[in-house]
Design a protein around this ligand. Structure first.
Ligand SMILES: [Zn+2]
Length: 406
C-alpha cells in the first residue's frame, strides 16, 4: 500500500533496473558483433559505476545501487542459461513486463510484521497487506508490479527437520488434454482452461484497446484492463496448480510422472521454412492447451512439495506408456482402439486409456527405483517390487532415508 510518492519512486527504480539491464545487453550484443569477448559480471558492474556517475544519466544515481547490480546478475544468469543451451538468447526488457527490482542485502531491510510495514532503501517505510507471516531470517526482498498493483516478496531462511512422508502410497500421473491428469488409482483431475474461460473477455478488451488512439488516456485505460485480465488469468491458473500439487503430495510419498520434454512439445508447430510442420492447426491447438495447463510449472511444484513432505518425484521415460498392457505387458498400437479406451489385444484387459498410462508410469517408476537400489546395494534383488510400499522401502534403502512403515 505505497503512497503516491513511493509509487512514483518505485516506477523510477523499476525503470532504472530495466535501463541497466537493456544497456548491458545492448553492450554485449555490440561487443559480440565486433568479434569481442563476453563481458563478465565484475567488469560490467564496474561499468555500472561509470553509468551512475555519467552526466547523460544523472537519474540512475537516484535509484538504489544493489537492485541495479542485481539486474546485471540476472543478465549474467540469462547468458549462462543461453551458453548452456537451457534457454534462448536474452531479450530486452519492456516497460510493463515484469516491472521489478530486488534488494539482496538483508542489512538494509527492516521488517515490522506487527504493524505490517517494511523499510527499504530509498523508499522508507511501506505499509503492506499481510498475506502471511514471514518465518525465519529475511534474505532478500523483491518488489514488483502486476496488473496495476505493487507486490513485495520476502525470501527468508530457517532450519527445518527432515520431514517424514505423510502418505505411504505411490501414484503415477498421466498428464493430458482431455483430463488435466489421470492418476493410477483411477481418479481424474478435470482440466482448468483458465485461459479459454477468460479468452473472450480478453479478446474483447484487446479489440477495444486497438480501436483507441495509441498513448491516449483511453488507450491507457484499455491497456490497464488487458493487463488486469492477464494477471487474473495467471492467478487463477497458479491457484489451480498449487491446490492440485499440494493434494497429490500430501497423499502420496512417491509421485511418478512422464518425463515429457514440455518445452519440445510446445515448440512452434509451424516448423521452419525448409521443413514446414504437419498438422499445424491441430498441433498449435495442443501447444496452446499445454501452455494453458502449465505442465512445466506443475512438475516444478510437485518436485519441491514432494521434497517438503519427505517424499519424492520421479520422472520416467515415456516410451509406449499408452500402448502397454498393465495386465500382461503386451505392447501394441492395437491396444489403443480409440483416444479414450484401452483394450488389450492379447488378454482383453480394458480400462480408460489415460488411467492405463498412469498405471504404466507408476510401474516404470517402481522398476527404476528397484534398479537404483540394486546398483547401490550391489546385490541382485530376488524379485521386482510389485507394490508401492515395497518401492518406497527400496527408495528408502537406496537413499538412506528412514522408512515409514504402513
Ligand atoms: Zn493384456
Amino acid at each position: 500500500m505505497p503512497t503516491a510518492k513511493q509509487q512514483w519512486a518505485m516506477r523510477c527504480f523499476a525503470g532504472a533496473r530495466r535501463f541497466v539491464f537493456n544497456k548491458a545487453l545492448a553492450l554485449q550484443k555490440e561487443r559480440h558483433a565486433q568479434g569481442g569477448q563476453y563481458i563478465g559480471y565484475v567488469a560490467m558492474a564496474r561499468l555500472l559505476t561509470l553509468w551512475r556517475h555519467s552526466e547523460e544519466t544523472p537519474w540512475l544515481k537516484e535509484a538504489p545501487v544493489h537492485p541495479l547490480q542485481h539486474a546485471l546478475k540476472d543478465l549474467e544468469r540469462a547468458f549462462q542459461n543461453f551458453f548452456a543451451k537451457r534457454a534462448g538468447y536474452p531479450r530486452f526488457c519492456k516497460r510493463g513486463e515484469r516491472d521489478s527490482f530486488r534488494y539482496p542485502d538483508p542489512k538494509q531491510i527492516k521488517l515490522d510484521q506487527g504493524n505490517a510495514r517494511i523499510s527499504l532503501p530509498k523508499l522508507g517505510w511501506l505499509r503492506y497487506r499481510k498475506s502471511r507471516t514471514v518465518l525465519g531470517r529475511v534474505k532478500q526482498v523483491t518488489v514488483c508490479a502486476s496488473g496495476g498493483k505493487w507486490f513485495v516478496a520476502i525470501q527468508s531462511e530457517w532450519d527445518v527437520n527432515k520431514p517424514l512422508p505423510q502418505g505411504t502410497t505411490a501414484v503415477g500421473i498421466d498428464l493430458g488434454i482431455v483430463h488435466f491428469a489421470a492418476l493410477s488409482d483411477g481418479t481424474f483431475i478435470a482440466p482448468l482452461n483458465s485461459f479459454g474461460r477468460h479468452e473472450d473477455r480478453l479478446r474483447r478488451a484487446q479489440r477495444a484497446m486497438s480501436r483507441k488512439v495509441k498513448y491516449s488516456a483511453n488507450w491507457k485505460k484499455a491497456k490497464a484492463r488487458v493487463q488486469r485480465l492477464h494477471a487474473r488469468i495467471a492467478n487463477v491458473r497458479r491457484d489451480f496448480l498449487h491446490k492440485q500439487s499440494t493434494t497429490i503430495c500430501n497423499n502420496h510419498a512417491l509421485v511418478c510422472i512422464e518425463d515429457l520434454r514440455v518445452r519440445n512439445m510446445s515448440k512452434s508447430a509451424a516448423g521452419s521454412r525448409e521443413r514446414p510442420g504437419r498438422n499445424v492447426r491441430a498441433k498449435a491447438g495442443l501447444n496452446k492447451a499445454i501452455r494453458d495447463q502449465g505442465w512445466y510449472e506443475f512438475r516444478r511444484q510437485l518436485m519441491y512439495k514432494a521434497a517438503w513432505q519427505g517424499g519424492m518425484l520421479l520422472a520416467v521415460p515415456p516410451q509406449n506408456t499408452s500402448r502397454t498392457c498393465p495386465c500382461c505387458g503386451h505392447v501394441s498400437p492395437d491396444n489403443r482402439r480409440s483416444q479414450a479406451r484401452f483394450a488389450c489385444a492379447a488378454c482383453r484387459y480394458e480400462n480408460n486409456a489415460d488411467t492405463v498410462g498412469a498405471m504404466n508410469i507408476l510401474a516404470r517408476g517402481i522398476r527404476v527405483i528397484a534398479c537404483r537400489a540394486e546398483a547401490q546395494s550391489g546385490t541382485a534383488m530376488k524379485q521386482e517390487p510389485t507394490g508401492a510400499l515395497e518401492a518406497l522401502q527400496f527408495a528408502a534403502s537406496a537413499d538412506g532415508i528412514p522408512f515409514l512403515s504402513a
